[in-house]
Design a protein around this ligand. Structure first.
Ligand code: HEM
Length: 160
């Protein structure tokens, strides 16, 4: 982001840059909350598989899963997208030729798809209609982890 040459432009440039850093901070806060849920929810499913349908334990898992998804993960995903797109809007040149950002956004789209799959499983468990095994959810637990590692390496190291 280039700061202008005149005093006014420099002041404006510095103000936008400061504003940009606040948005980036809010972006990182949002993705931490989103990732916390993406890593924890499949773990809840692993334990939920072992609870008898209709039991107090199963009903408790349903409440935990629904609140984690609706009160934390979905708002955090929305905020991550809003602050991420706001940074691109403030600095659109970033989209030109920055392979790391294109690759990052591809992995982020996969992460958002994974969010949708987890939301589907919350609904299935809520209706006592889960058919997946503990092993399936253990493997599922690794997908957001691998995506997150790839995303952070791309945005920090920028290998291409
Ligand atoms: C949801 C859609 C997302 C969009 C549109 C997006 C976009 C962006 C953009 C444009 C930047 C600023 C880069 C710069 O200033 O050079 C950024 C920074 C960052 N993003 Fe995202 N991002 C998204 C999701 C994520 C996710 C899921 C993670 C982590 C799992 C993540 C981790 C980061 C980090 C750590 C930074 C700060 C990098 C730095 O300090 O330079 N982002 N993001």
């Amino acid at each position: 982001m280039s700061i202008g040459i005149s005093g006014v432009e420099m002041a404006e440039g510095a103000a936008v840059e400061n504003y940009y850093l606040w948005i980036k901070a809010l972006h990182v806060i949002s993705i931490i909350a989103w990732m916390a849920g993406m890593l924890y929810l499949p773990r809840l499913f692993v334990y939920h598989c072992g609870a008898e349908r209709g039991s107090v334990q199963s009903e408790t898992f349903k409440v935990m899963e629904r609140r984690l998804l609706k009160a934390i993960m979905t708002p955090a995903m929305g905020a991550s997208w809003i602050f991420g797109i706001a940074m691109i809007a403030l600095n659109p040149d970033m989209m030109k030729g920055q392979g790391w950002l294109h690759a990052k956004l591809t992995l982020v789209l996969l992460m958002s798809g994974m969010h949708g799959v987890l939301a589907k499983h919350v609904r299935l468990f809520a209706n006592d209609a889960n058919t997946k095994s503990t092993k399936y959810f253990r493997v599922m637990n690794e997908v957001p982890t691998v995506l997150m590692i790839g995303i952070v390496i791309l945005v920090i190291v920028r290998p291409f």
